[in-house]
Design a protein around this ligand. Structure first.
Ligand code: SF4
Ligand code: SF4
Length: 315
């Protein structure tokens, strides 16, 4: 039994209680190769979700009666079926959320994408790990800051970040092996700094803890800080985060149709287990809603401090 399982449930396991969101990984190709990426996405990755898998995802959404479909990647916009899939989900009456790195909006062929997203009332969750250029450059590479600011301005001009149903949330993650600060306080700083510097607005700031997996784990190992970071996460365990853990309320679908309890387990290649169906072809909402979750010591990344999920802090 892992230390996490002992602390979270004294060996009784962690169980899901609903599937309000289905998160869909459309592929691992990305126009960036960020230093902290837990999926090790890059322009060279070729894994991508095919249209027949997307059709089965839509069936699964109906069966699970989920309220939101959360599209991620890589850069989900680079999937060749992206617009067709978003349109089909919208026509089904599902709320669609897209996790965008912002810079993809300046890639060739993406010129009309913001207008398309607006037309489908797509909620956006956009990476913006700091309001300071040097910190963004260190994590995400040269030119990313300027392109991200230009993308937010473009989205603002369409009403994103100001109209109530055109949600534009920004995502902060730490620039190293430390926990995020208080989400509400940091949001106020982001709001005033981005307004003052560029006149831009956003809906909410979400703080997300760096998981010690993927490229971030490689970076920790290179710097000899992996053990220290694990110690930090474990000793910052907050029991108040457990009821809100995202794996208890959603499920993730990989580009090949495999089912995971969350995006981090997807990155670790740990599919749904404990007897629940683990592929979209055998999606069974009744058993997946109350499945036993596959957990390990990486899970301390979700329960440290204020907690962390794809929707930001948990407490
Ligand atoms: S963190 Fe996001 S933007 Fe960066 S390489 Fe990974 S998927 Fe792409
Ligand atoms: S890493 Fe995944 S499975 Fe583990 S606690 Fe976080 S959301 Fe749940």
């Amino acid at each position: 039994m892992s230390d996490f399982e002992k602390m979270v449930s004294a060996g009784q396991g962690l169980w899901s209680s609903e599937i309000s969101t289905i998160q869909v990984n459309l592929g691992l190709q990305c126009n960036q190769s960020c230093a902290h990426c837990h999926l090790e996405a890059s322009p060279h990755r070729t894994e991508t979700m095919a249209w027949p898998v997307m059709e089965r995802v839509m069936v699964a959404c109906r069966k699970a009666r989920c309220s939101q479909v959360d599209l991620t990647g890589g850069a989900p916009e680079l999937n060749p079926h992206f617009k067709r899939f978003v349109t089909a989900l919208y026509d089904e009456g599902l709320a669609v959320q897209v996790r965008t790195n912002l810079t993809v909006l300046s890639e060739p062929g993406m010129e009309t994408l913001p207008e398309f997203l607006r037309a489908k009332r797509v909620r956006l969750v956009a990476s913006m790990p700091c309001y300071l250029e040097e910190n963004v450059r260190a994590q995400r590479g040269a030119d990313v800051y300027a392109k991200s600011i230009a993308a937010i301005k473009r989205l603002n001009a369409l009403g994103y970040g100001s109209e109530p149903d055109l949600v534009l949330n920004l995502v902060y993650n730490p620039g190293g092996p430390f926990l995020p600060p208080d989400q509400g306080e940091l949001e106020e700083t982001y709001r005033s700094e981005l307004k003052r510097r560029f006149g831009i607005t956003f809906t909410r700031l979400l703080t997300i803890t760096n998981m010690p997996i993927g490229r971030f784990r490689s970076q920790l190992r290179r710097e000899g800080k992996e053990e220290e970071y694990h110690y930090l996460l474990k000793h910052a365990f907050n029991p108040g985060t457990v009821s809100g853990l995202m794996c208890r309320h959603q499920i993730s679908i990989g580009w090949d149709g495999r089912l995971y309890d969350c995006d981090f387990n997807l990155a670790l290649k740990l599919p749904v287990n404990h007897g629940s169906p683990d592929h979209i072809d055998s999606f069974d909402a009744a058993s997946l809603i109350v499945r036993r979750i596959v957990i390990g010591d990486h899970c301390f990344g979700c329960t440290a401090g204020h907690g962390s999920s794809c929707a930001g802090a948990l407490t």
